[in-house]
Structure formats: C-alpha cells, structure tokens
Design a protein around this ligand. Structure first.
Ligand code: 26V
Length: 824
C-alpha cells in the first residue's frame, strides 16, 4: 500500500552509477580514474544518503501533518554498526547497487568492508537500542532516538602478547551518514546557584542562575525502515563551548592556554563513551554527559510540542519517552523543572504530566551497575535539580507513609535519597517513581526485579506498574544482512521475503526439517559460513582451523558473571582428557574449535586476566601435535557488530552460560539460534523463553537454577566449600605452569578457591562438562543435528524486535503506527 509513495532518486543501475560518478567528481572532488575503494564507498554511501534524506523529509512532514503521538527513545548508547549494507537492503536496492558498482569496477562486498562501524555502545544495551530503531522505522511508528555523538566510540581492542590493549576509536574522520544541523542548538547550563523569590502575588519562584553554558549541536542520522518509505531520525548531540571558538579577551590578554582549555572542557562532554558495562563509578563527567544530553533532548521535544499549540495536559497524549536504563533519569527532573520553573505550572499538574510521559526499562540486577550519584556532586553541578529531587522524594515518602503508616524501615528502604556518608541519589528509584511503567527485558528478569531489587515498590504502586517486554533482534540485520544465503533459502520455501516483516512465518520451515534436499542446502550454507570465518581466523591469528570441526563460540563482553572463565576451564579439561587418551581413543573424538571474543572494560582487571588466560591456553594447545585438529582455541580480536555479522552465522554451538539470575536477557543467544546454531546455556535470561519456543530437545541446558543461587552462595561462605574434582585438576595444571606464568592466573583461581566462588563456577562445572559431552554426541549425528537447527529456526519468530516494539507501543507508549493513508 505504501507503493503509491514513489521515491525520488535512482532506481536503476544506470541512474545509480550516474549518482556515484557525480559524487566522486563533485562531492569528493576526485576523478573516476583514481577512485579507490574508500572513495567508491564514500560515493555509494552518498548516493544512498541522498535517497534517504528525501524520505526522511517526507516522513517528518507526514508525522507532523498527522499530529500523532510520537515516541522518543532516550539511550546513551546506540551500537549501530555499519550503515551502507543496511541502507541498501532496507531500501531494496542492493542488487541495483551491486551491479552498478560492478560495472564501475568494484565488488560490493569490498565496498561494504570499507565502512568503519558506528560503535557508540558497549554491548547488549546499545545494540538493543539499534535494533529498536530498525523495528520502529520498519513498523512505521513515529519515533525518534536521542543520544550523544561521541567523538570516540568503544575502544578498539588489540591483543598484544596475549593481553588486551585499548586503542582509541576515532571514527568521525568521514561519516556520510550524519547531517550536521548547525542551526539546531541548545544552550545547556551547569553549576551556578538557585535564587528563590516571591512575586507580587506571593508565589515562590526558583531561578537557576550563573554557572557555565555549553552549546549542544544536533547531528541527525537517518534510520530507514525495511521496505517502507518511513525514514525516522536518530538525533545525536555534540558539545561545544558556548562562546564559539575561544575567548578572545583571554586570548588577547595573553591567556591563550586557558581560552583553549575552556573550549576543550566543553568539547570533552561528548568526547568519549564510557567503556564500562555493568559498573558504575560515579564520575562527574558522566553525570555531565547525562544532563547535557537529557536537557538538549527535552528542549527539542518540548519545542516540537509547543508548535502544536496544545494545552500542557495533552503532553502525554502527544509524547512518550522511554528511558533506556537509568542513564536518562534526569529527564524526569528536567521536565518537571521546565513545567514548574519556566512554564509556571503547579507542582501537582506538572508531576502528573511527567509521570504519565515516562517509561523506564531496567537492564540489570547486578548491584554494582545500579546508578547512584553523590548528593554533594549533584548539589554543585545541578543545584536546582537536586532541590526538585528532594521535593519529589518528600511527596513520594508522604504518600508511602499514608499508605503504610508505622513502617519506618520501609521509608528508609525506598527513599530516593540513601542516608549514607555521603548521601546518594538512587537513580533507579527516581526512575520508578517518575514513570508510569517499569519493565524488565525477559520473563525471569522481570520476575526477579519484582521480587528482589524493586520489591517494596511493587507493594507501593501495585503490580500493574511492573511489566515484562522480552527483548528481540532485527531479522533484517541479523539474518538477511548477516546470512544472505540462509535468508534466500528461507525465502524460497516460505514464499518470498515477507518473513522479514513477520518473523512468525518462519514456522513454514518446520515441514522441511526432514527434507533431504533442503537439509543438504542448509548444511552447505553453514559450511560456507564456517569457511568464511576460518579464513578470517587464519588472516587475523595465523591459526588454521578445520571448517568441518564443531565451531563452539562465546562472543560477548567479558565479565565474571558471563563466565568465560568456566568456558576456558572446560577447554583445559578437554585438553587434559585428550592428552590422557591413546591415539585410538582420540580418533573417536569430535574435533572442536573453541572461539572466544569480547572486550574487557579497561579497568576490569579480572576480565583482562580471563582474556590473558584464553590466549595463553590457545598458544599451548594450538601448537600441540598430540591434539592437532581435535581442539583449537581462538581469541578473536576486537569483537564488534560487523564482526558479529560474520561470526554468528558460522556457529554450530554458542555459549550463554551466565550464573542463573544474572544475565537480564541476552540477545546474541537469539541471533545464534536464528542463524541455525544450537546453544548451550543456563536457565537464565531469554534462554528460558528460547527453550519454551524451540523445545527442550533442541537446546543444551545445564546448571543450577536461579532460585538456588542464594543458598549456594550462603553455603560457600558459611559451610565447607569443596571444589569439583574436575575443576581441581584444571587448576592443578594451571598451577603447574602448563599455560605460562603461574602467578598471572592466581586471582582467577583464588576467586573460586578462596573467595566464595560468587559466580558458582565450581557448582556448575560438572554439569557443564557433561553437557558439552552431550553436544559432542549429538553433533556426530549430523542428520539429527541439522533437523534440530531447522526446527529451532522455524520457531524463533517470537524473538523479532518487531514483536517487542509492538508490545512497547501497545502496553507502554500507547502509540499507533502511521499507515499509507496518513498524508503525503
Ligand atoms: C551500565 C553502566 C553503569 C555506569 C557506567 C556505564 C554503564 C554502561 C552500561 C550500563 C548498562 C548495564 C546494563 C546492560 O547492559 N544490560 C544488558 O542489557 C541487554 C539488553 O537488555 C541484555 O540483553 C543483557 O542481558 C544485559 O546485561
């Protein structure tokens, strides 16, 4: 139905070539005779960008014209990856571009490889935001993303002598996908004082004055929907000194250094993405980033609302704001401040508008990741906001006291201000109090937050405020783009590419689970994907791996709770087992390649030690002639979105083995299964729902359950803690120096032997290695294995981020998609 909106711009390969040549010769000021792959990438991107921007403008007009409610997704992280391939596929002109580039003398694959990932995120939380943007556009929701335009994204990881080394990711050298909007700026205030005064009528007003001003400039990134003209907007803010270049007064008076310093201090705000994931450190610059971004975004949202000339009470009918974790929680306070201090609304009316507008998504139960800001720091940086937080807290605690008189401890427990030394603002509590819905990201996780960290709030607000929206992934990038041959095979059996818009259509594949011809094609595609990864491994590590071996992959941020240490201990156990076997026995074994990848936060020493151990173990095993192809251990450097697109389609089995109750959802688990790999995992996060969908026979679950974790930990601390004997053998081999310097790994072993084994590695070790043996057995029966893979893919429809976004739209945002009948 959207077909009537014929786009301007190229549609044939000849027109595309003309556009590319024009961009090479004019925008890039080069000649086609010295056009290298970098220039060809730039020109092809600019050709697509032109097309997107036309649709972007029409989409914005359409959304303004229909005056429908919009959703704003506030996230400090958008882990977008590459844009060109995605734009070509979503616009539906990849083949046109491929043929056009080929006539110009380029292979489209090589051109795609030229692009630097947009890596403005750490891991799952940031990638989820990117998948959501794709789904919101593909489903025609009027939606904007708001974030920060970091000059440096997540660092590039290099492995030097087995250790992680961080290299800055300066990615903005040339970025054809953003439009600077030098006319869209907002002045953001920091520090200063609050003066309260009474006007003639005796009404008290607060004025925030003094301090310093930093300028926010908007950069817009178009987000094309798949097979729809909807092209939404991601607006990223960049910071600059408000005075422009530098202070000429200071410059002329000879104080050149400090005038440059002012400018640099302002630019520092959007300079770098914090590379921690799941660790809060309370740094002032991080709070500055949060307020800078939140204040600019809200100014923009309010400005847009005011153009509609509606009454303030209609704000929540026009605007929904989703908080991606607590990072944007200040938005709640900022909107309240705008309404009472600047727009003159009464507190109660303002607060009702605020709390109807916001929704808050929690992404972790790990206590060390829950944001808290010290009151003195707040007082200094955002004095007016601190006052408002105290007021919010006062009214909130009064209401709690009315509802639960006599429960003194309850008040202390739920207070937004923690009465510690120094006092702290608990951001999650503020987010709950200021939102109308709070959601977790998988069923188990949503249950856990209701029964543990937010238990008191369920009593106070009732259970309906708390809900679950299980995460999803976009099948456009994670199937169609990453695994084009599998996508094509699926299309040939399900009646075209409609499944990319309705992923439940995958269920049509189930009837081919025993189809010989189909299975053969399926296997060939998997093998080709493994060959491709083997080439990458060879090129980057020098190690030759056999594509016929079982590829066992764990790629994700390195964290003790994700238990990469358990994986590598399991690998060592396998190695010791092989070494103890006779050559005849060895012949019966299934060859395996254990592949690791992921970044450690630069200050997370234990995570860095895990990386070092993996590399040290690989160095020994990979050159052991006794072992040969039976076992190889690979650490893939610099895991990121574009590498994930090659790695994930090549897995036979992937590992999602967090301690039960610690991984809120996980999303790579969904990506691996969707690409025809099976998973070994714990009963944690979305693994549980994946099991429900694909069936228990098609997943390798092991380990203790979340409800038993507390008791086990208690026993470690207060009872006798005997290690699993298999694990002891692994430790003995490490301690004997098999993998290099013994002291290097003592902390890793100590955490388990001497410090309570908080993540239950020993408790789960036996069932882990036993389950790995089951994986070996199962893999030997390729016929059955392939059927399991096909059945699993057929049942993955639920995990589309389209389903997920529709749930948010219906149960939290109360918004409707635009239809072809809505305007231009
Ligand atoms: C927290 C912090 C704390 C302050 C420093 C910087 C920083 C950066 C990120 C975070 C968020 C941690 C929470 C998180 O990433 N959760 C992940 O969210 C995924 C999407 O919902 C989910 O699949 C993962 O299981 C969950 O770990």
């Amino acid at each position: 139905a959207w077909k009537k909106y014929q786009t301007k711009g190229f549609s044939t390969k000849e027109e595309f070539e003309k556009d590319v040549v024009r961009h090479v010769e004019t925008t890039l000021a080069r000649s086609m005779f010295n056009c290298d792959e970098t220039a060809a990438y730039a020109a092809a991107s600019l050709a697509f960008r032109d097309r997107l921007i036309t649709e972007w403008n029409r989409t914005q007009q359409r959304q303004t014209f229909t005056d429908s409610k919009r959703v704003y997704y506030l996230s400090l992280e958008f882990l977008m990856g590459r844009a060109l391939d995605n734009a070509m596929l979503n616009v539906g002109l990849k083949n046109v571009a491929k043929e056009g580039m080929s006539e110009l003398g380029f292979r489209i694959e090589d051109i795609i490889e030229q692009e630097h990932d947009a890596a403005l995120g750490n891991g799952g939380l940031g990638r989820l935001a990117a998948c959501f943007l794709d789904s919101m556009a593909s489903l025609n929701y009027p939606a904007w993303g708001y974030g920060l335009r970091y000059r440096y994204g997540i660092f590039k990881q290099e492995i030097v002598d087995g250790y992680q080394v961080e290299v800055p990711d300066y990615w903005l050298d040339f970025n054809p996908w953003e439009f600077p909007r030098h006319d869209i700026t907002v002045d953001i205030q920091f520090y200063g004082n609050v003066r309260k005064y009474q006007d003639d009528k005796g009404v008290q007003t607060a004025v925030w004055e003094g301090g310093e001003i930093v300028k926010a400039t908007a950069f817009d990134v178009p987000i094309p929907g798949y097979s729809t003209p909807t092209t939404n907007n991601l607006r990223l803010w960049s910071s600059k000194a408000a005075s422009g270049e530098f202070d000429f007064q200071k410059f002329n008076s000879g104080d050149y250094e400090s005038s440059v310093a002012d400018q640099q201090r302002a630019e520092t705000i959007s300079a770098v993405l914090y590379p921690n994931d799941n660790l809060e450190r309370g740094k002032e610059l991080r709070l500055k980033q949060q307020y800078f971004w939140v204040a600019a975004s809200l100014y923009d949202i309010v400005r847009r609302f005011k153009k509609s000339k509606r009454a303030w009470r209609e704000f929540p009918d026009q605007v929904a704001i989703q908080l991606n974790d607590t990072h944007p929680t200040l938005a709640i306070v900022e909107l309240q401040r705008i309404l009472i201090d600047l727009e003159g609304l009464e507190w109660d009316e303002a607060w009702s508008i605020v709390s109807q507008t916001f929704g808050y998504t929690n992404h972790t139960v790990l206590p060390e990741a829950l944001e808290k800001w010290s009151v003195p720091l707040f007082q200094n940086l955002l004095p007016r906001h601190l006052q408002i937080i105290y007021e919010i807290n006062l009214f909130f605690l009064q209401s709690v006291e009315r509802k639960f008189p006599k429960e003194r401890e309850l008040l202390a427990r739920v207070s937004i201000i923690e009465e510690s030394q120094p006092k702290m603002v608990r951001m999650a509590y503020l987010a709950i109090v200021g939102s109308h819905k709070v959601n977790g990201v998988a069923e188990l996780h949503s249950d856990l937050i209701k029964t543990t960290i937010f238990k008191d709030f369920v009593r106070i607000f009732g259970p309906d405020k708390f809900t679950n929206v299980t995460n999803g992934i976009t099948p456009r990038r994670w199937l169609h783009q990453a695994n084009p041959r599998l996508s094509e095979l699926i299309a040939s059996k399900t009646g075209g590419y409609d499944f990319l818009k309705d992923l439940t259509m995958l269920n049509k594949l189930e009837q081919f689970a025993d189809d010989k011809e189909f299975k053969k094609e399926w296997q060939e595609i998997k093998y080709a994907n493994k060959v491709r990864l083997a080439k990458h491994i060879k090129a980057t590590t020098g190690v030759t791996v056999n594509p016929s071996a079982l590829f066992d992959i764990q790629v994700k941020r390195i964290h003790e709770y994700k238990r990469q240490q358990m994986n590598i201990f399991g690998v060592i156990h396998r190695y010791l087992t092989i070494k103890a076997m006779s050559p005849e026995e060895r012949k019966k074994l299934a060859p395996r390649v254990s592949i690791f990848g992921g970044k450690a936060a630069p200050g997370y020493w234990m995570a860095k030690t895990i990386i070092h151990l993996v590399n040290s173990v690989g160095a020994v095993i990979n050159k052991d002639a006794d072992v040969g192809d039976l076992l190889k251990v690979i650490f893939l450097e610099d895991y990121n979105v574009s590498k994930a697109e090659t790695i994930i389609p090549a897995s036979d089995i992937s590992e999602h083995i967090s301690t039960a109750g610690t991984e809120a959802s996980g999303t790579s688990n969904m990506k691996f299964v969707l690409n025809g790999g099976l998973i070994i995992g714990t009963c944690d996060g979305a693994n549980i729902e994946i099991t429900r969908e694909v069936g228990e026979n098609n997943i390798f679950l092991f380990g203790n359950l979340s409800e038993d974790v507390d008791e086990l930990r208690h026993a470690h601390t207060y009872g006798r803690h005997e290690l699993d004997p298999n694990l002891t053998k692994v430790f003995d081999s490490i301690k004997s120096g098999t993998f290099g310097d013994v002291n290097s790994f003592s902390a890793l072993i100590g955490a388990i032997e001497d410090h309570g084994d908080y993540y239950l590695v020993s408790d789960d070790f036996l069932s882990y290695i036993q389950t790995q043996d089951l994986v070996d057995q199962a893999y030997k029966n390729q016929d059955e294995w392939v059927s399991k893979c096909i059945i699993s893919v057929a049942r993955m429809g639920f995990f589309s981020s389209d389903r997920c976004i529709n749930e948010y739209a219906e149960s939290i945002w109360n918004i409707e998609p635009l239809t072809p009948e809505d305007g231009n």
